[in-house]
Design a protein around this ligand. Structure first.
Ligand code: SF4
Length: 370
């Protein structure tokens, strides 16, 4: 049971956030316990204020290319776990991926997110990742856009190569930083190896995204601890997503996570990480859920997927995709109605470059050997 210090008040927490001071674990737990609508609105208001202070009204857009749904793992929450015979599998060729990437680039996204399950074809031997390295280099030379890779757990050697071939980001979600819960969710995977991979990626010059799932049995203390771990990692982008039960997974009869919790965590992430990127994913509630996530302080729209490319999402594998709503065109009216605007590619690149310089300086100063 998480105990809350009776001396903590919302006023004092918002004041700390306003003055750029990191919130304590107890303060984060306190915020997570807030239910009154007027108090929640004060948190969201502060989150928007901090986002606007650091990013103005700019919103960044990420194109999502889930190019292989094959996976060697058996995560309890995942539709694409290896033992789910009902899940739709595909593996796109580099040519098919490039076609999609060019379409996304023309539509105006600021980053290409290349995601796959831990596809055994890539993991089978030391040259397995070669096609991915070549793909990254092609995307960089043809689009000049920043690239995020989400290939699952990667070795130090491969992380260094991803960076050398032009990748800018490495995303690898822990989903929880409670090791016991991690072992229940990510069956037969190493907590430590996954966590360390992000430090190694960062030391190799890649920006990192860390993420959690909410609604999977975590406590408020676990969520607050995750935020401390994200800070320890120096994550440049921090994400929360609601658990959605998946048919064929061991958690298929779990209840849907209440959405209010994800929205509240987005706002708290903004209070804790005012100058970092925080996604509003289209993967959970599609375009309908976009406004409330942006209202809570998110500043990146992720999971933009072109229709008719035969690509899937992660949590909601088909939601809004074929209808064409998960496109730059589909989300633009929502952003504009909120007084926000799509950033320019140059603005996004400038942010990435500045974070990379800070990261390089941090590792230089620490002189750490990972
Ligand atoms: S969450 Fe990722 S690693 Fe786990 S089973 Fe799904 S695709 Fe594989």
């Amino acid at each position: 049971m998480d105990r809350i210090d009776p001396a903590i008040s919302l006023e004092q927490i918002l004041d700390k956030a306003e003055n750029n001071r990191f919130l304590s674990k107890n303060e984060i737990i306190y915020l997570l316990g807030i239910e009154k609508e007027d108090e929640l609105q004060r948190i969201y208001e502060k989150a928007r204020e901090l986002r606007n202070r650091h990013f103005g009204n700019k919103i960044f857009l990420y194109g999502f290319v889930y190019f292989s749904t094959w996976c060697r793992n058996d995560c309890a929450f995942c539709y694409y776990r290896k033992s789910n015979e009902g899940s739709k599998r595909y593996r796109k060729s580099n040519r098919e991926i490039m076609d999609t990437v060019m379409g996304l680039t023309e539509s105006g996204v600021h980053l290409i997110d290349l995601t796959m399950g831990e596809d055994p074809k890539y993991y089978m031997n030391s040259s397995g990742f070669k096609p991915l390295f070549e793909l990254i280099a092609d995307i960089k030379s043809q689009t000049k856009l920043p690239v995020m890779i989400s290939p699952g757990l990667a070795s130090e050697e491969n992380l260094t190569k991803f960076q050398a071939f032009g990748a800018d980001w490495y995303a690898c979600y822990q989903e929880t930083h409670n090791e016991k819960l991690f072992n229940i969710l990510r069956l037969e995977q190493s907590y430590e190896e996954r966590f360390q991979s992000k430090l190694k990626a960062n030391a190799a010059g890649l920006l990192i995204e860390e993420g959690i799932l909410t609604g999977v049995g975590e406590t408020p203390g676990d969520i607050a601890h995750s935020m401390e771990c994200m800070r320890y990692l120096g994550a440049n982008q921090v994400r929360v997503m609601s658990f959605v039960p998946q048919s064929g997974s061991t958690m298929e009869s779990w209840p849907q996570a209440p959405r209010g919790q994800e929205i509240k965590i987005i706002a708290i992430l903004r209070l804790v990480f005012p100058d970092k990127l925080i996604p509003a994913s289209l993967d959970i509630d599609g375009v309908e859920g976009l406004q409330e996530r942006l209202d809570a302080g998110a500043n990146v729209i992720t999971s933009i997927i072109p229709p008719e490319a035969g690509l899937a999402g992660v949590a909601q594998c088909s939601k809004d995709i074929n209808e064409g709503y998960r496109t730059v065109q589909g989300i633009t009216p929502v952003i504009e109605a909120m007084g926000l605007r799509k950033a320019t590619t140059a603005e996004y690149r400038a942010w990435v470059d500045s974070e990379k310089s800070k990261t390089a300086m941090k590792w230089q100063k620490s002189g750490a050997v990972i």
